[in-house]
Structures are given as C-alpha cells and as structure tokens.
Design a protein around this ligand. Structure first.
Ligand code: SAM
Length: 354
C-alpha cells in the first residue's frame, strides 16, 4: 500500500480509537472493496438504465446532457469506446444506446459491478456493450485499442491514479480522447465526518467517512453487519435518525454529539462480520491537469460539467413554470448542453487528448 493511504496513525478521533478496539479494521488498497459489498451501487434508480428519462425531472436533464457530452467526445470516425469504472453501467449503457454504431467496453475491478452491468445490458437489449473485470491501473487491452475513454467519478477511486492515467493514455490511439468527470476537492470545512447506512450483499453496511481538506484525503470505515437480529434493529433505528439529520455529499453529516457516531458504533461493532478501512487520495483540478500531462496526454482542458449546465437550465424552467412547454425539446436541448459543456472552461470534467 502507498504509505500516503495508510490509515492515519496519529491523533485518531474518539470514534476512530473506539473503532480500532471494537472492530479492528482490515486495510484495503482501494475503493474497489466497497463496490463489491453493495448489490446495487446506484440504489436502482439510475436514469436511462433503471428508469427511462423523464423530462419533468431536473436530474434527468443533467444525466441526459452528460451522456450527450460523452458521445460528443468520440472523435469523428471513431467507434471503440472504453468506460473505466462503470459501477452499475454509467455512462457505458446510455452511451451504448446513444452511439449504436460503437462498441463500448466497460472495465471495473469489482466482479459484482461487472455482473450488474452485464445484466443491465441484457435487460436493455444493448448488444454493443461488453463488460470485463479489470483494474484501471493494469488495463487488459492492447495499446491504441480505443478512440474514446470515459470515466465518471471513478478515476479518484484508484489507489494509484497516476498509473490509471498512464494506462488510459496507452490504450488510446494517438488523437484519442479521455473525457472524465471528477470530484473537485473543496470541502466546506477542514474536516468532515459522515455516516452512511445501506443494505449490502446478504448484509447491512455502516460506513463512517472522514474527509480532510489538507492533505486531500478521504478514509472510509465500513462495518459489515448481519441482516437480522439486534444489529438489524439498531441499523433500522439509526436510519430513522439519519433521515432527519443534515446531509453532505449525499451522506449523513455527523454533528457534535450525534448518536450516529460513537454511540452507534459501540452498539454495532460487536456484531460486525468484517470491518474495512479504505484510504483514498483526492485532488484539485490543477493537480489532475498536470498529472494527465505527465501521463502522456498532449492536450488537457478542465471544462464545465454538462450536468451542471443542464440542471441549471432545468431549475430555471421549473421556477418559471415553463418546464412542461420545454419537455418536447428534452432530447434536442440536452444534446446541445452536452456539446457545449466541453468547450467551456470550468471544473468537474476534463478532456485529455492523446
Ligand atoms: C463512484 S463509482 C462510479 C460508478 C459509475 N461510473 C457512476 O458514475 O455511477 C466508482 C467505480 O469505480 C470502480 N473502481 C474502483 N477502483 C477502480 C480502479 N482501480 N479501476 C477502475 N475502476 C475502479 C468501482 O468499482 C466503482 O464501480
């Protein structure tokens, strides 16, 4: 393991100290271990994949624009597309539908994610999508095998992102394009602690995450719990409390004295079948742009996020009461937003040309 990713050894919080005593975690190198624990990473509500686009929903404007953005990044005449870390099939599956002439291959190190993607592709009748188990840091493909590589919130999940960038550069042909979304590491506080309670594979999961701005790191501590009995009852009670608590990053924010922190940990830890700690490096746009150049990309541009652009317009349409009138133009407008985003400087998405 990269020394930077080891669980922090100095000054553990009270919660971490209790965690180590009650359910000693097993360190793992990257987030792939987490994605093997949940049957559905996206909770089964991924637009296009799990539910058709609905022009009355702001999030669907954003998602359709993101797919249009990825599709527009395919160089003219190209047809070979690689999606790194598709999770349950995003953006690989909607992109496959948007580019019926292309062959889209998704590669994910978590076999469970690959099985979900394959099942989704079969259900949707997408014959031009293929999914394989593999690590972005050691891609199982020949050099120059792809015209376009996409990645949505997945590059930052690797323990050694620089190796993933170099591998993507290797498998893209000269002039090939990487179009990726990423999380800009800009926390509202120097340190944030959150909790997530979800169902896992034949289990329940309690995750405690610590994010720090400096150094830019995220660490996730996971308890894998039995799905019945006292652990399940405590997990269920906690879900009710979590629903009323403030949120950050789609998770429950731990505020001082929250019963979802140390008290809940102490209740749940004795039941844990397994405990994991995952260390992740996070990054800023400047770091990412330089790292991609260092990996061999000739041109790298940080751009606007197509989803943000489309969401902002949808919000305005909702506020002005014009959403229904705009709905018939959903496909045309989201395509236009998708095509515009990659040309506008910004953050959260990057274009890197080989
Ligand atoms: C946050 S999820 C994003 C999934 C999907 N792209 C989406 O936007 O819904 C991150 C995905 O990256 C995958 N992943 C983790 N480490 C990876 C690696 N080293 N190479 C490629 N994918 C990886 C995980 O298994 C997971 O499916």
């Amino acid at each position: 393991m990269n020394p930077d990713e080891r669980p922090q050894r100095s000054a553990p919080t009270a919660l971490e100290a209790r965690w180590r005593v009650l359910a000693p975690p097993q360190a793992v190198e990257s987030a792939r271990a987490l994605y093997a624990l949940t049957p559905l990473w996206t909770s089964g509500n991924l637009s296009f994949v799990d539910e058709p686009y609905d022009a009355r929903r702001e999030g669907h404007w954003a998602d359709a624009a993101r797919v249009a953005d990825y599709a527009a990044a395919l160089p003219a005449g190209g047809s070979r597309v690689l999606d790194v870390g598709p999770g349950d099939g995003w953006p690989a599956l909607p992109l496959t539908a948007a580019l019926p002439h292309a062959q889209v291959i998704g590669v994910d190190p978590a076999p469970l994610r690959v099985a979900v993607c394959r099942a989704n592709a079969a259900r949707l009748g997408l014959a031009n999508a293929m999914f394989v188990v593999g690590d972005g840091a050691a891609l199982p493909f020949a050099a120059a095998a792809f015209d376009l590589a996409t990645a949505a919130s997945s590059l930052e999940e690797a323990s050694e992102p620089e190796r993933v960038f170099a591998e993507i550069a290797r498998v893209l042909r000269p002039g090939g394009v990487l179009r990726a979304s990423y999380q800009v590491w800009r926390l509202p506080a120097p340190r944030l602690e959150t909790v997530t309670l979800v169902g896992g594979v034949d289990s329940l999961l309690y995750t405690y995450a610590v994010r720090t701005q400096q150094p830019p790191r995220e660490r996730r501590y996971v308890l894998v719990l039995p799905p019945a009995g006292a652990a399940a009852a405590a997990h269920r009670d906690a879900l009710v409390l979590a629903a009323a608590a403030p949120r950050a990053y789609g998770e429950t924010l731990l505020t001082p004295g929250s019963p979802l922190g140390v008290p809940l940990l102490e209740r749940l830890a004795p039941f844990a079948r397994r405990s994991l700690v995952v260390g992740l490096r996070r990054w800023t746009t400047g770091w990412l742009v330089e790292a991609l150049r260092g990996a061999g990309f000739a041109e790298v541009r940080a751009t606007m996020h197509a989803g943000d652009l489309a969401r902002a317009v949808a919000r305005r349409l909702i506020a002005s009461g014009d959403l229904d009138a705009a709905a018939p133009r959903f496909a045309v407008l989201t395509r236009a937003f998708g095509e515009a985003a990659a040309r506008a400087p910004g953050e959260s998405m990057v274009t890197a040309i080989r």
